[in-house]
Design a binder for this molecule. Structure first.
Ligand code: SF4
Length: 423
């Protein structure tokens, strides 16, 4: 897919929040904690749960880039929060706080055997980003991705994506497109960093007037491809792979999963992508490591007594069975957290979905995202049903289908359900 012929010109550096650069919202300051690859240790999750309880509103929000957010932070608590995050290893390079945006394939090794060790590559890339002082100037929206070979993360159109291939090479995808750039697995991290540095060589990127490789016009993108092709260890083939197929509607796995190596994992739906501190503590007790997914769920990649933990986590309010009503249901902050919102979208979403199982059989299925205004914060990548507050009800829209306006209540629930089941 070609880059935009008319690149957007930004007004200046993006205002993406971080752990040090907090965003003022109607309910207090919002802190976004980068979790490269969605990877967290037990100790880190425990620290975050305590911070949410002591310094925030008692919740941890999952984002579409597999990061975590705390809301309701008081101005005089920001320093304490930064200190706790730093001690837990969640702020390894303060200057690079907002640059550590790395998607990882969350089900690698859980439902399939990956072509490489995704978590190890994510950690190596994170370390390499933090070691390059100039990469601190990347916008908070610049995104790296480490795929497992199936293409789901490069389909999210990261600025720089690493896709291990069946031929043993790694494809370097830029803005979600394969340009035929190939390297060895041992060189992939170095080449990804080189791609970001070539992007930053454009003075507009440093000035904040372009934020992402996807902002570039086709000719500008072609210059980056040509420069990267001359990087040591990179070769270019004319046989570029086609764009990945748009994500098909489907149901993410939930429940106890049997890993290829015989151990067990547990995938959990999180109501509206929002964990309570108590739920986070319980997750931290269940397994030594946790992965946040871009669809705002949680995967415990390896644990013992998976059925027992599934039972306990279900009692704590998390979705642990196929058909969980919370599968694929997300919402922006809405009222009262966001002053722009026309409705308490979380409450309306909960009332609509809480008791309605998600269809798990054949046929279509669309994720649904509730939003309080046209900004559409946190809208997932790919086809999605948007439920937009209008002030006198909701507008329900899905790709390729007529938009309908419905009042809240039973008619809304029926409209949303119909739209999800019949994409
Ligand atoms: S979509 Fe609108 S209402 Fe929702 S969080 Fe963003 S700005 Fe606020």
């Amino acid at each position: 897919m070609p880059a935009s012929p008319s690149p957007p010109v930004r007004g200046g550096p993006d205002a993406c929040p971080g752990a040090l650069q907090l965003h003022p919202a109607a309910d207090g300051l919002l802190a976004r904690v980068r979790c490269p690859g969605g990877l967290l240790t037990t100790g880190q999750l425990t620290t975050l749960a305590a911070a949410a309880r002591d310094l925030g509103d008692g919740h941890l929000e999952l984002t579409s880039r597999a990061n975590l957010q705390l809301r309701g932070v008081a101005a005089d608590a920001a320093g304490v929060l930064a200190g706790r995050l730093s001690a837990a290893g969640l702020l390894p390079a303060p200057g690079h706080d907002r640059a550590r945006n790395i998607l990882g394939a969350p089900l690698a090794g859980v439902d399939s055997t990956p072509r490489w060790d995704v978590a190890a590559q994510v950690r190596a890339l994170d370390t390499a980003i933090c070691a390059q002082p100039d990469l601190a100037r990347l916008s908070g929206r610049f995104l790296f991705a480490v795929d497992d070979g199936r293409g789901a993360t490069v389909a999210a159109r990261p600025d720089v994506g690493l896709l291990p291939r069946a031929d043993g090479r790694v494809g370097i995808w830029l803005a979600g497109v394969d340009h035929g750039l190939r390297t060895a697995p041992t060189d992939a991290v170095r080449v990804a960093v080189a791609a970001a540095r070539i992007f930053l060589a454009d003075g507009r990127a440093v000035a904040g007037r372009i934020w992402r490789i996807g902002d570039l016009a086709a000719a500008e993108l072609a210059r980056i491809v040509a420069a990267l092709a001359t990087t040591p260890g990179v070769h270019r083939t004319l046989a570029a792979d086609p764009p990945p197929a748009p994500r098909q509607p489907g149901v993410p796995p939930v429940g106890v999963l049997r890993r290829p190596d015989g151990d067990h994992a547990l995938a959990l739906a999180v109501p509206l992508g929002r964990l309570t501190a108590a739920q986070a503590d319980l997750l931290a007790a269940a397994a030594p490591q946790l992965r946040i997914t871009p669809w705002r769920a949680v995967v415990l990649p390896r644990l013992t007594d998976a059925p027992g933990w599934a039972h306990r986590l279900h009692r704590a309010g998390l979705g642990t069975e196929p058909g969980s009503p919370w599968l694929g249901v997300t919402a922006c902050a809405g009222r009262p957290g966001c002053a722009r919102s026309r409705a308490d979208v979380r409450a309306d979403a909960a009332a609509t979905h809480a008791t309605r199982p998600t269809p798990t059989g054949g046929g279509g299925y669309l994720p649904v995202h509730w939003i309080g205004c046209e900004r559409g914060c946190g809208t997932p990548a790919g086809p999605v049903l948007r439920v937009l507050a209008t002030g006198d009800g909701y507008q329900v829209s899905a790709p390729g289908r007529p938009t309908v306006h419905v009042p809240p209540g039973a008619a809304l629930a029926a409209a949303v359900r119909t739209a999800r089941e019949e994409p």
